[in-house]
Unconditional design. Structure first.
Length: 295
């Protein structure tokens, strides 16, 4: 009888994570170990902690998971965003569905959402109103709606692709206190004029000639969600005017921006009539958001 060759033993989870992280590091992925663990967790239908535990135990990778992982590793090495591969982006207590056509929410925006949530919680009303202009995936709006459940939250988006993701996330999360509208920022919610307690936005704020360095941003985030005119502040100027229309006296505006734009945004808001303009750093000590109060 011909001699049979035994099938190779399945690779261990630890080996797969190590080899994947090595490939990611060679491709310039910023956090190769983290991304390797998260991608392996995705194909195993597990968590990052579950993968770390499996590696310590010496667990083996099921062959179907190895097969599913291979093309995803190739795509991540080409710098396709991890969130596009898994289809999900964590944001505060939420998991948001994301993919081509919508801006992937960043950890730094969680701090911007916190400013909006704090302002909303402080309102002396049984049903305060908040608006998220240019909501994208719905991150800020859905965070406000789920963490301030007695509020009414309105979210506006004018990109067809992004609006589809917004609707999907609102349905997945099931926040009944959110109203979505497919509408331009300038025309958003005239029925709310003078009644809004918090106006929040993560607008496009990258100057037109400041091309982002990271391929994940440059190649995959929608340009309309990135670029904000010659100085990056075209949308901010519009937000300031729309915010004054929407907010009631004492209402707040919260705007995310780049780390060098705080002073310019404070000047825009103050010139338009907002009071107490202040810029706030994120957890990396970079200026990340500016707030102001309507007189």
């Amino acid at each position: 009888m011909p001699e049979t060759v035994p099938a190779p033993a399945p690779s261990s989870v630890a080996d797969v994570v190590r080899d994947t992280a090595r490939r990611f590091g060679a491709a310039g992925v910023p956090d190769p170990q983290v991304d390797a663990e998260l991608l392996v967790a995705h194909v195993l239908d597990s968590s990052r902690g579950g993968v770390q535990a499996a590696a310590i135990r010496g667990d083996r990778m099921p062959p179907p998971a190895v097969a599913a992982l291979a093309p995803l590793v190739d795509r991540r090495c080409a710098r396709e965003p991890l969130q596009h591969l898994t289809g999900l982006a964590p944001f505060r207590s939420l998991e948001l569905a994301v993919g081509p056509g919508v801006f992937v929410p960043r950890p730094e925006t969680e701090m911007v959402a916190q400013l909006a949530i704090d302002a909303l919680r402080s309102v002396a009303s049984e049903s305060p109103i908040a608006v998220d202009l240019g909501t994208g995936s719905g991150a800020i709006a859905l965070a406000m709606a789920t963490e301030v459940s007695h509020a009414r939250v309105f979210a506006a988006e004018n990109s067809v692709d992004a609006y589809i993701w917004t609707k999907q996330n609102a349905a997945r999360i099931g926040a009944r206190n959110v109203t979505l509208a497919f509408i331009d920022l300038a025309d958003a919610f005239p029925e709310l004029d003078g009644t809004v307690s918090v106006v929040a936005s993560n607008p496009p704020y990258v100057p037109d000639d400041a091309i982002p360095r990271d391929p994940e941003v440059r190649l995959y985030d929608p340009p309309a969600a990135l670029y904000g005119g010659p100085d990056g502040l075209d949308a901010v100027r519009q937000l300031s005017r729309v915010g004054l229309r929407l907010a009631h006296p004492g209402g707040s505006i919260v705007i995310e921006h780049g780390e060098w734009q705080g002073a310019a945004i404070r000047d825009i808001l103050t010139a338009d009539g907002w009071r107490a303009a202040a810029t706030h750093p994120d957890l990396t000590a970079r200026d990340r958001a500016t707030t102001a109060v309507r007189p």
